[in-house]
Design a protein around this ligand. Structure first.
Ligand code: BMA
Length: 378
């Protein structure tokens, strides 16, 4: 009897550890490469934390779109594992983004980073479709932008039945056209992480928590994903749900559109002072636990150092992200020729500390991700 019990226990253990299937993306028609990327990321998060940098391949403080240039590479000798790109103003049919970056150059760099074996993430600070209709010579920033929170009717106005639904469809069409153009040399769609309508727990974007209802927010997400996935047949996207700082799981999940829509539970948190380490620890604890229980990916999809610290990477960020299967951390853009930066120019301001972060066995930059071969192309 004892031997039988032992045998049964061994069978159960083997099934649990070795027979366990890796989870799948929410899109049941996800392309082969997208499924492989999702599963590689799912496994990688227990091996270390990847580093990402917004607009790393497009510009830095002192340079603008130079071949193969990257601030991360200049500081560490390696490219970031995750390259972040921004599509604000693609909805307007513009040639350049709200940060003056050419969309065709963004597409070019996405293809290059994919070919290198790196991972792509895309954000979208889309304009305010309702208030931008008001043309007044006296209006000033943020009028008509993503940050214009002067009306609470925006989300309802673009959903079906709303007076701007057709306009929003046009915007999604333009976004879809850009996405459809993201193909590798063999014509296969390039998989990427898309993080629209971000930082919902804050109220500084027109889709923010006090600017629309949780139901509207969730409907906006579902409408957008259905449009891209079912109407436009785009199946190379991993969708990232995202909030700004939160203190509880309930707050984090307000407006969550559902596991059939979302692939990644991500969080944005910038260091604004002493309590940051503790708050980040708590938030990453419940977000990563929830992600595991739902078979989703995770990320600290935007963060940035505390101003004036020269050991932020090693003493604040690394200890906390090492405790959890965070997936990746991404620091925001090094805005060209601008002293102001929400990221506080973290790489350049503490080069030795950034190097320490790079050399940590816990962090993964491009070279290690190339070894992991996240698209299994070898
Ligand atoms: C913000 C700021 C803005 C920028 C936007 C989109 O957080 O960096 O200056 O336009 O991201 O990249």
């Amino acid at each position: 009897m004892k031997t039988l019990n032992l045998t049964l226990a061994l069978i159960v253990l083997t099934l649990c550890c070795f027979g366990q299937k890796l989870p799948l993306p929410a899109d049941k028609k996800a392309t082969k490469e997208t499924v492989i990327l999702f599963q590689s990321l799912y496994e990688l998060k227990s091996k270390g934390v990847m580093y990402g940098h917004q607009d790393d391949l497009m510009y830095g403080y002192t340079w603008w779109y130079e071949k193969d240039r990257s601030d991360t590479k200049e500081m560490s000798g390696d490219y970031p594992a995750i390259a972040g790109f921004e599509l604000g103003h693609i909805e307007l049919g513009s040639e350049r983004s709200l940060d003056s970056v050419s969309f065709s150059q963004i597409a070019e760099q996405i293809k290059i980073h994919y070919k290198r074996g790196g991972i792509i993430t895309i954000s979208w600070h889309l304009n305010n479709p309702l208030t931008m209709q008001i043309r007044d010579t006296l209006t000033a920033w943020p009028h008509g932008t993503a940050w214009d929170v002067s009306s609470k009717e925006v989300v309802s106005s673009i959903l079906p039945g709303g007076k701007l639904n057709e306009l929003f469809n046009t915007w999604l069409e333009r976004l879809a056209t850009f996405f459809i153009g993201l193909k590798d040399e063999d014509g296969h769609p390039i998989p990427f992480i898309f993080r629209p309508f971000h930082e919902h727990s804050g109220s500084f974007f027109w889709w923010g928590t006090n600017i629309c209802t949780d139901q509207e927010y969730s409907a906006l997400w579902r409408y957008t994903v259905t449009f891209l996935r079912d109407k436009k047949n785009i199946h190379n996207i991993l969708y990232a749900y995202n909030t700004d700082r939160v203190t509880s799981l309930d707050q984090y999940l307000r407006g969550y559109p559902g596991d059939d829509i979302i692939d990644m539970l991500s969080l944005d948190m910038y260091d604004r002072g002493e309590q940051f380490g503790r708050e980040l620890d708590t938030a990453l604890g419940f977000v990563t636990r929830e992600a595991i229980s739902r078979n989703k990916l995770t990320a600290l999809s935007e963060t940035g150092e505390r101003k004036g610290m020269n050991n932020w990477w090693s003493s604040v960020l690394l200890p906390v992200v090492s405790k959890y299967p965070v997936g990746y951390v991404l620091t925001w853009r090094d805005a060209y020729k601008t002293k102001f930066s929400v990221s506080g120019n973290p790489i350049q301001s503490s080069p030795d500390d950034f190097k320490y972060f790079y050399n940590s066995p816990r962090t993964l930059f491009l070279k290690k991700v190339q070894e992991a071969d996240v698209y299994k192309r070898k």
